[in-house]
Design a protein around this ligand. Sequence first.
Ligand code: ARG
Length: 476
Amino acid sequence: MADNKPMRLWGGRFEGGPADALTRLSVSVQFDWRLAPYDLLASRAHARVLHRAGLLTQDELDRMLGALDDLDRACRTGEFRPTVADEDVHTALERGLLERLGSLGGKLRAGRSRNDQIATDLRLYLRDHVRMIVSRLVELETALISQAEENADVAAPGMTHLQHAQPVSFGHQLLAHVHAFTRDVDRLRDWDRRAAISPLGSGALAGSSLPLDPAAVAAELGFDAPAPNSMDAVADRDFAAEFLFCAALIGVHISRLGEEIVLWASQEFRWIEVDDAYSTGSSIMPQKKNPDVAELARGKSGRLIGSLMSLLTTLKGLPLTYNRDLQEDKEPVFDAVDTLLLVLPAVSGMISTMRVNKAKLEASAPDGFALATDLAELLVRRGVPFREAHEAVGHLVVWCQVNDKDLGDLTDDELAKVSPHFAVDATGASVRDVLNVRGALAARSAFGGTAPDRVRDQIANLREIVDSQAAWASES
Ligand code: ARG
């Protein structure tokens, strides 16, 4: 300020200044400055409440709101910046207000504390950014759905244990990822309901003796209601931990998708080709094309999970109410938001531009005796107990391996030789009729199955869900 001493919001009772080591440990403005726009929103609401309580005259309110607007503008243009001497975002903004208003600026602190302010700021920030994250998830869902639509009729090897299991529609597999992401969005929307509580008015911990109006502040800031318990309001970081869980699970889902892309793009699979725009090369091997986006998507999940662990560990064992430990809530939250906003657009771009090698998928779909279950189920329809059918098909698979044949290569005679169950039946039907991939897919036509018609039903349903998610993110 005038004498160039660092401004503190708590200087009154202290004789000496703080030790440098404490100042360096304590300062958070280098990361909490991003909360400035939200702190200013809350300040405007608080100023109006002070005015209605008779604690600011109309003229004072007008000057206060004018200064807050100007400070907001100056923050956005970069004309006003925090300095190393500002302990946190609240200190920096109070300095900005005092520079504009002189002692009138000091009136805004009445009835509030950094404890209810910071809890409010972080909720506002997160509710805003959750909507951005949902928009990015919607783009990823849309990219996957479009590829699924293109590939609903393409048969692919469905795997368990990374071994060929049964043929599936490749679109069905892509949609499996979409369902996971729609649940992630659902979880964030559900989170938002619980996060929509305003801590402002709780003061340091006990509320205020001034006639404030927490409900009016809550409404002005877009919250559903004010917090019903001031102690809970300043101590609670459930909303941050819960957000980090949602973010970590999104990370896990992106990582799982990334791993599939890495596999699919490999020489061994050759199911897809990642577009050049989403691939990198090697500094030594000229032929290399690497799926780095998918790998980074997989890698970033580690820090998302770490952020959740970090905050839960910080919160564990804290007595009520505010403790300075809570300052440690912000960096994991910000890092998770930044990470998701960074990784999601890259993954969406990679998915929407990847080229699917349909011929390779179709050719591999029956490999590894993937139609064995279809054969066993045919015997079941002919009245054979499944236990016996399973055994007979198992023998047939071994016979094929010994004789270097695929199920699809077998003649009626060879089949009948392995087991009478495989003989042509009284109606003249051969078991070979079920030994085709297209029939195997179409047969799985119950709700949730991989039949291409069911895949198209899923696509129609998912498009509706994704549309409503997009609307939520942009309208609420
Ligand atoms: N920088 C602090 C935080 O992030 C703001 C609240 C400080 N409150 C206090 N009583 N020192 O938690």
